[in-house]
Each structure stands twice: as structure tokens, then as C-alpha cells.
Ligand binder design. Structure first.
Ligand SMILES: C[S@@+](CC[C@H](N)C(=O)[O-])C[C@H]1O[C@@H](n2cnc3c(N)ncnc32)[C@H](O)[C@@H]1O
Length: 312
């Protein structure tokens, strides 16, 4: 592990020092706690940082980020239960409206230096983005488009934030560094609640649902991320002609998503020929962590893409 930019919580460090002195094996839970504490401190400063103007950061951080690369986060320190109940409260905070969001802090590299404002809005959303593989691969494919992942699990969201911070920092010396990975970010949120509080009507051009939780049991189907009422919310935030992308390895879930999308009056399926030529389908097939797992296990991947029709 490289030297920490800022030390972790002192009590935790003392605890570890003591264990080292006593020649005790440090339990994984303590290591994980320390690792997370250290990353959290960095994250506080770096997640909204513009790396092309580091003088706005505290001096010790500026020195560190100019001198050496930040490590990419290690996934094993961010593990969390696979499923999160989308109906529980999670004490999440929601903006009163999309206008109440401080979007500038999510995409500092796109903030106009004179006005201090963003001159564009998020256009692509990755719902249930997991560990962020799709965001990372979409970033260079749509360098001028703002892309947001929404993820309900706190540690997973932290991992994606740390991954983006590290990638932004690692590209600091590129000629066009201020744009690299500056167009992606992640927010912790429950996409099944209050999506229109984050996005305005017709704001999005693409929404991705990659390998959503299958909620296999009948009584759990209501927790699926595609339902009639949620589709109406997705139609609200999507612009006319915008696209919903879905992919899963679970045939039953694929059929469920297709059934609900077919039934909805504002969506129309795009055919296989369209899919085979679309850049995002190619990216989505191979970039997400779940997708890679399915490939390793020789599983099937079922894709369905739908166009948001014009309002009647
Ligand atoms: C099976 S994982 C797939 C992750 C990623 N899309 C991929 O393909 O690797 C499903 C993800 O959706 C997240 N999730 C489930 N329900 C959600 C909700 N209502 N809002 C936001 N994220 C959600 C889960 O925490 C989990 O990370």
C-alpha cells in the first residue's frame, strides 16, 4: 500500500500499532476499517476537486496528487451484502428538485471558470451501477456528455467514487487531462424513489439497467426495477427518442422487463439489427462487473432496448 495522503482515525491507528507491537495478526475487519477510514478522508477533499486547479485544495493534498498517482481502490475492502432492500428507508437524502442539486460539484472539470456553472446537464444514467464498469467505459465513448451512476449500496458507491477520483488523478498529465473521467460520477440513491427529483422532464437521452437484481421469488417481484409505474417515471425523465437499455443473464427477468416495456404505451422495442450496430450495446455487453462474471461463467446475456416514443 502506498503512503496515506492523510492518516486514518488516530484511535484506529493506535489500535493497529499496539497489535503490531504485540506481534498479533491484524484482523481483516480492522484492516478494512482503517482502509475505509483513510479513503473516506481523501474522498472528502477529492471527490469535488478540479485536478487542473489543485491550488484550491489543502496544501498537503495538492503536493501528494501532483507527485504520485493515487491507487485505484481495492474492491475487497468495500464488500457489502449483495442485496439492499429498495423499500427500506436507508436514511437517504433526496433533493427537493433537480434544481436543488449541486451538479457543479459532481463534474468540476465541466464547470465554466467564469460563471462557476455547468453549461450542460446529465444525459446518461446508469441505474444500479454497481462497481462502475459501465461508467468507466462510457466516459471516453461520450467525452462531452455528463454521465451519472445511481447506486443504493453505500460501500459500493464509495468504491465507485474512489475509482473515479483515482482515474481523474492518474490522467492529470494528459494533454486534455481535465476532461478525462470528469464526465462521470456516481450518486447514492434509490432509483425506485423520487427519480424526477434528480432529473427534469425529458432530460435524459439514455438510461441503462445492467444486470438488475432479479428478485426471483414471486412475492419479491414488486421490488424489480422495471414495473409499470416506474416505467412511467423513466418515460418522464427520458426525452422523446431516448433509449432504455436492459441486459440480464436471467431469462425470467428479461421476459418480465420485455413484457412490461411492451405493455407501456410510450416505449417501442428496437430490433436486433439496431442492437448489433449500436455502440452502447457493445459497451454494455462487456464492461460491467456482473457482465464480466457472466462471461467467465459462460452464461447467456439477454438484451432488450426500447425507444421512448413521442408524446401523443
Ligand atoms: C446485480 S448488481 C449489477 C451492477 C452493475 N449494473 C453491473 O452490471 O455490474 C445490481 C445493482 O443494483 C443496485 N440496486 C438495486 N436496487 C437499486 C435501486 N433501487 N436504486 C439504485 N441501485 C439499486 C444494487 O445495489 C446492485 O449494486
Amino acid at each position: 500500500m502506498s503512503e496515506p495522503i492523510i492518516s486514518a482515525n488516530e484511535d484506529q491507528v493506535d489500535q493497529m500499532d499496539q497489535m503490531i507491537k504485540e506481534n498479533k495478526k491484524i484482523p481483516d475487519s480492522v484492516k478494512r476499517k482503517l482502509y475505509r477510514a483513510e479513503k473516506e478522508e481523501k474522498r472528502k477533499f477529492l471527490k469535488h476537486a478540479r485536478f487542473d486547479t489543485p491550488e484550491t485544495l489543502p496544501e498537503e493534498i495538492t503536493k501528494e496528487i501532483m507527485e504520485k498517482n493515487l491507487d485505484l481502490p481495492r474492491k475487497r475492502f468495500y464488500r457489502q451484502r449483495a442485496h439492499s432492500n429498495p423499500f427500506s428507508d436507508h436514511q437517504l437524502e433526496y433533493p427537493k428538485s433537480p434544481y436543488a442539486m449541486d451538479w457543479e460539484s459532481f463534474y468540476p472539470g465541466f464547470v465554466n471558470q467564469e460563471t462557476g456553472k455547468l453549461n450542460k446537464k446529465v444525459e446518461i444514467a446508469d441505474i444500479g451501477c454497481g462497481f462502475g464498469g459501465l461508467l468507466i467505459d462510457l466516459s471516453p465513448a461520450f467525452p462531452e456528455t455528463l454521465i451519472l451512476g445511481m447506486e443504493i449500496r453505500v460501500q459500493v458507491t464509495n468504491y465507485v467514487e474512489d475509482r473515479i477520483i483515482a482515474l481523474r488523478q492518474q490522467h492529470i498529465n494528459n494533454k486534455d487531462f481535465f476532461k478525462k473521467y470528469q464526465n462521470i460520477n456516481v450518486i447514492r440513491g434509490n432509483a425506485m424513489k423520487f427519480l424526477p427529483n434528480f432529473f427534469q422532464k425529458s432530460q435524459l437521452s439514455k438510461i441503462f439497467f445492467c444486470f438488475p437484481d432479479p428478485h426471483f421469488k414471486n412475492r419479491k417481484h414488486k421490488a424489480r426495477i422495471i414495473t409499470n409505474s416506474l416505467l412511467s417515471e423513466y418515460a418522464y425523465v427520458l426525452k422523446e427518442g431516448g433509449i432504455i437499455y436492459t441486459i440480464t443473464d436471467v431469462l425470467d427477468l428479461h421476459e418480465w422487463m420485455v413484457k412490461h416495456l411492451e405493455e407501456h404505451p410510450l416505449f417501442e422495442r428496437l430490433d436486433k439489427n439496431w442492437e448489433s450496430q449500436d455502440e452502447c450495446v457493445k459497451i454494455m455487453l462487456n464492461s460491467t462487473e456482473e457482465g464480466k462474471k457472466v462471461t467467465r461463467n459462460n452464461g447467456s446475456k439477454f438484451v432488450a432496448c426500447y425507444k421512448r416514443l413521442n408524446n401523443p
